[in-house]
Design a protein around this ligand. Structure first.
Ligand SMILES: Nc1ncnc2c1ncn2[C@@H]1O[C@H](COP(=O)(O)OP(=O)(O)O)[C@@H](O)[C@H]1O
Ligand SMILES: [Mg+2]
Length: 148
């Protein structure tokens, strides 16, 4: 399912709405070039999951844990090269936890992602961002569509 947002705020809003549909243990993989809005969308998802502190992208931190209604793991694989390196930082234990994992540059660890991974591709387009979501159950996808 495809969405287009014109502003960072509306991307955050989409993230907040998506958060309402996520179950504990959900894995959300985000793909898209630098500046495409991955962190912006994650800010919204974290907010929607009840995280109160601001979500940032610190340069040297790969995994940041936030407390929401479930634990929220913001994972940025930008500095890693492959699945072995992701494994070495313990990625699998986060993926199999009851928290929600939000993963930027998920392609760096594609082979470790569970079958039920929700994939989000972000693209810069004229006037905003195209955001394609796949892997949500059809009835949830329908709910998200109704919001938007
Ligand atoms: N429609 C939009 N959705 C998301 N971000 C947008 C949008 N329009 C402008 N922006 C801006 O683009 C930048 C996206 O940065 P960021 O979310 O950090 O991207 P990434 O994590 O993919 O590198 C932010 O500065 C944000 O304010
Ligand atoms: Mg980012």
């Amino acid at each position: 399912m495809q969405f287009e947002t014109r502003t960072a705020e509306s991307t955050i809003l989409l993230g907040e709405r998506l958060a309402q549909l996520l179950k504990p243990g959900a894995v959300v993989a985000l793909y898209g070039e630098l500046g495409s809005g991955k962190t912006t969308l994650i800010k919204g998802v974290a907010r929607g999951l009840g995280v109160r502190e601001p979500v940032r992208s610190p340069s040297f931190v790969i995994i940041t844990e936030y407390a929401g209604r479930v634990p929220v793991y913001h994972i940025d694989l930008y500095r890693l090269n492959n699945a072995e390196e992701a494994s070495a930082v313990g990625l699998e234990s986060y993926l199999s936890s009851d928290g929600v994992c939000l993963i930027e540059w998920a392609e760096r660890a594609e082979s470790l992602l569970p079958a039920a991974t929700i994939r989000i591709r972000l693209e810069v387009i004229a006037g905003g961002r195209r955001i394609e979501i796949e892997g949500l159950a059809p009835e949830l996808m329908q709910e998200l569509k109704q919001f938007g």
